[in-house]
Design a binder for this molecule. Structure first.
Ligand code: URA
Length: 443
């Protein structure tokens, strides 16, 4: 295969053959194809797209580029969940223990924060002692014992995605449906679960800014999952406003614990219940109403919170911070962001809110930056809320007071006001599964 010919073929809008796609992935991972040629092919895919068959080939070739986890030694159905990334999205910490408390196992590999979006592995590592780098035997044993384990992605899972993602990040080729779908689904297929729930975020804090594009991405991923024999379903959820009130690693664990105790904010609670119920549906635990009832029951009787505690203990974390979240180390300084006007919050640039949190130390500015686990933002007023002059819009937390000025500026730039009342977006726009797309708020 001449890489030049493959690039030219895609540049001219033709379909690549299965062999060409597999060879490209194989040779690129081995280092036999240079980054500049891979970049040219990615850009040609960005502009000309791929057929369903090409996306399936690309996904399978990437999934086969490294280790493929066999979860069959763990008894029962295993369900995975993936969010396309957002701000304040701590739902994995809530839905995984809920689902485990309902008797369905979750053996999950999660990622770290990326750009303005947070990552579950960083959040879990804010729990003192918590280990996210378990070997396979310990990972399986934690799932067998507690019904749930969340670890970092194993080093050898989908090396093709690791290389290609880093290249896309610096060549302006991230926002392409074939490339995002194959990147996410190759990892999910290689991670081995029987069922996959996808949380496809839409809006100003998401990679996909419109519902239409999010539905297209979800349809592509559901087809890939079902085509590979995994029950797959996607919810299209709003990321035009941060989810819940807390942004930042230990702040998000605290909010997740409150939600598992039944005291979470309304938006986060509603979304977590819907996600968890749909994971139970995928595992054939009952109809929609049964699954919602099961979820509400394990929150009300405390068994979901017990599952989280059991996982934290089994992964060497300090359970005392879950039992009493006041035991988390707090940021040294806090700073209230005040409103200089009255009105209604019309819109929040959610990416901007995420960046403000990164500026306080809650995320990485560069690949090797250290995270301040206690840093972040607690939002007091969100889209649709009425605000008086002098009201606290949000409180910023950091270990260095000098960080507040720039982060506050970024936060305030991200909040738009209106003089008249504003309608909030729906939290859930649609559900996509093998039966098609259902647009509704109540899925
Ligand atoms: N998340 C991924 O894992 N891959 C993408 O391409 C985008 C979001």
């Amino acid at each position: 295969m001449r890489m030049y010919d493959v690039i030219a073929k895609k540049r001219d809008g033709h379909e690549l053959s299965t062999d060409e796609i597999y060879e490209f992935i194989d040779e690129y991972v081995k280092g036999d194809i240079p980054d500049y040629q891979a970049s040219a092919l990615l850009m040609a895919i960005f502009f000309n797209g791929m057929s369903e068959r090409e996306i399936l080939d690309l996904t399978m070739a990437m999934a086969a580029s490294g280790e493929q986890v066999d979860l069959s030694p763990i008894e029962g159905i295993k369900v995975d969940k993936h969010s396309t990334g957002g701000v304040g999205d701590k739902t994995t910490l809530i839905v995984s223990p809920i689902v485990a408390a309902c008797g369905v196992k979750v053996a999950k590999m999660s990622g770290r924060g990326l750009g303005h979006t947070g990552g579950t592995v960083d959040k879990l590592e804010s729990i003192p002692g918590f280990k996210t780098d378990l070997d396979q035997e310990e990972f399986f044993n934690v799932v067998r014992k507690t019904g749930i384990s969340v670890i970092g992605q194993s080093g050898n899972l989908t090396p093709a995605d690791k290389k290609l993602y880093a290249l896309r990040d610096v060549t302006a080729t991230v926002e392409s449906i074939p490339l995002i779908a194959s990147s996410i689904m190759s990892k999910k297929l290689a991670a081995g679960s029987d069922c996959i729930l996808l949380d496809v975020k839409t809006g100003s804090g998401a990679f996909m800014k419109t519902v239409e594009d999010s539905v297209k991405l979800a349809e592509t991923m559901v087809k890939l999952g079902e085509g590979a024999g995994r029950r797959t379903c996607a919810l299209i959820t709003d990321m035009d406003v941060p989810l819940g009130n807390n942004i930042g690693n230990s702040l998000e664990v605290i909010e997740a614990v409150e939600t598992l105790k039944g005291n979470g904010p309304k938006d986060l609670t509603h979304e977590a219940v819907q996600l968890a119920a749909n994971m139970l549906r995928l595992a054939d635990k009952g109809n929609e109403a049964d699954c919602i009832d099961m979820v509400n029951k394990v929150i009300a009787d405390g068994s979901a919170l017990e599952c989280l505690k059991a996982m934290v203990k089994a992964q060497h974390g300090d359970v005392s911070v879950i039992e009493d979240t006041d035991n988390f180390t707090k940021a040294k300084y806090s700073h209230d962001v005040l409103s200089d006007r009255e009105g209604y919050i019309a819109h929040m640039n959610t990416e901007g809110c995420g960046i403000a949190s990164v500026m306080l130390g809650a995320g990485r500015e560069t690949l090797n930056s250290l995270i301040d686990m206690a840093a972040g933002i607690i939002i007091a007023k969100k889209t649709g809320d009425k605000v008086e002059k002098g009201d606290v819009l949000a409180t910023l937390y950091a270990d260095d007071e000098k960080l507040f000025e720039a982060a506050q500026k970024k936060y305030l730039e991200s909040v738009e006001f209106s003089d008249s009342p504003v309608r909030r977006n729906p939290l859930i726009y649609a559900k996509v599964d093998r039966d098609g797309v259902r647009y509704t708020e109540n899925v």
